[in-house]
Design a protein around this ligand. Structure first.
Ligand SMILES: *Cc1c(COP(=O)(O)O)cnc(C)c1O
Length: 361
């Protein structure tokens, strides 16, 4: 069966002048392109009706399974415009594989890797005019997702699914230079438990994180740092980003996989670490090791990784019982160098020796 997405161009694309105004200051996740990719699945037909057509609302029966039992997964990746005008994706096959793993965990049908990547590519081609110049860290953010569309209130895996990709132009994450953020170490909330859905990129994980995020804000923090649910002692991740520590002895430490998300940026940072004289280490880190390490200087830098912000320096932590900074409270030097290194690869400013880039246009 063909994995190609058939293109039906929109008959009402946004006027070029309006698009240019949006691309001049896109923000994040506020504006959407002219098209969307979709495909549908039922047990009888498998995946079918792959198409790219005008962006439009979905029509759903009020009993659609996703609205009641949250059978939904998603991905996030970006298209980058290089100086020569070419448009590239960064390791999209990693997103495709993770999407399939998330689908298995949520008892949803898997979409083959090739269809996933073709759907993303087809949308980027249809909306090429929406891929910003890469000059100052602009990109086209791509959001593939899948949800249970079957009208049925019984609790069992649905028998009708929609796969879709939408796109949103994104400006530089840190508009005013790379700023450090403060993490709230929640004593109240956890994100995932062994055997749960922590390693899947599903909407339900995010729904459960919003109260914790609000708690963090109320304490003057930007994001949450989750601890493991078993003994509330080991660092997990920040809920939308993975966590990395740099030590005075030259290690780049990050918690091992299991209940956290297997981030593409995390994996890339581990691979790049030796280029920066850092030894990559995946192991548990306790809360005491973090706070004492930051106080004694054994831990010199902390940062978080994710597609949207690439690398975010963490400059302070706060909890109901504790308050401490990392280093002198400014973004770390190695953190910023690693950040530039990944951006240089993504925007084609340095050679892609690892074959991470995937050309679309
Ligand atoms: C998407 C996500 C990340 C970051 O993954 P990337 O592939 O690097 O974008 C980290 N943690 C969670 C919970 C996520 O959903």
């Amino acid at each position: 069966m063909s994995v190609e997405f058939v293109v039906h161009p929109s008959d009402h694309p946004l006027a070029a002048a309006e698009r240019a105004a949006i691309l001049a200051a896109p923000g994040f996740g506020k504006h959407f392109t002219d098209h969307m990719a979709t495909a549908t699945w039922t047990p009888d037909t498998g995946w079918r009706d792959r198409r790219v057509s005008a962006l439009a609302p979905f029509s759903l029966h009020p009993s659609a399974a996703v609205l009641h039992y949250a059978q939904e997964i998603f991905e996030g990746l970006k298209a980058y415009r290089h100086a020569d005008g070419g448009v590239w994706l960064f390791r999209p096959e990693m997103n495709a594989r993770r999407f399939a793993r998330s689908a298995r965990r949520l008892a949803m049908p898997e979409l083959d890797e090739e269809s996933f990547v073709r759907g993303v590519e087809a949308l980027v081609r249809a909306d090429e005019a929406w891929v910003p110049d890469g000059g100052s860290e602009h990109s086209l953010y791509l959001r593939p997702f899948m949800f249970a569309a079957e009208a049925f209130l019984g609790v069992r895996p649905a028998e009708e699914f929609v796969f879709s990709v939408i796109a949103s132009p994104a400006g530089p994450y840190f508009a005013a230079g790379v700023a450090g953020v403060t993490l709230w170490i929640s004593a109240e909330y956890t994100r995932a438990a062994p055997g749960g859905t922590g390693a899947a990129k599903c909407g339900g994980n995010y729904a459960g994180s919003l109260a914790a995020q609000r708690e963090a804000r109320e304490h003057g923090c930007d994001q949450v740092l989750y601890l493991d649910s078993a003994d509330r002692n080991k660092l997990e991740e920040s809920g939308t980003m993975n966590l990395c520590l740099i030590t005075a002895t030259g290690e780049l430490i990050t918690p091992g996989l299991g209940t956290i998300l297997d981030g593409v940026t995390r994996d890339s940072v581990l691979a790049l670490a030796p280029d920066h004289n850092l030894t990559p280490v995946e192991r548990p880190v306790t809360r005491a090791e973090l706070s004492e390490g930051c106080r004694t200087g054994a831990i010199t830098e902390v940062f978080a990784t994710g597609t949207a912000a690439v690398i975010t320096p963490i400059t302070a932590f706060r909890s109901p019982t504790d308050d401490f900074t990392v280093g002198d409270g400014a973004p770390g030097k190695t953190t910023l160098t690693l950040r530039e290194h990944i951006l240089d690869i993504q925007y084609g400013r340095t050679q892609d020796t690892r074959g991470w880039l995937h050309r679309v246009l």
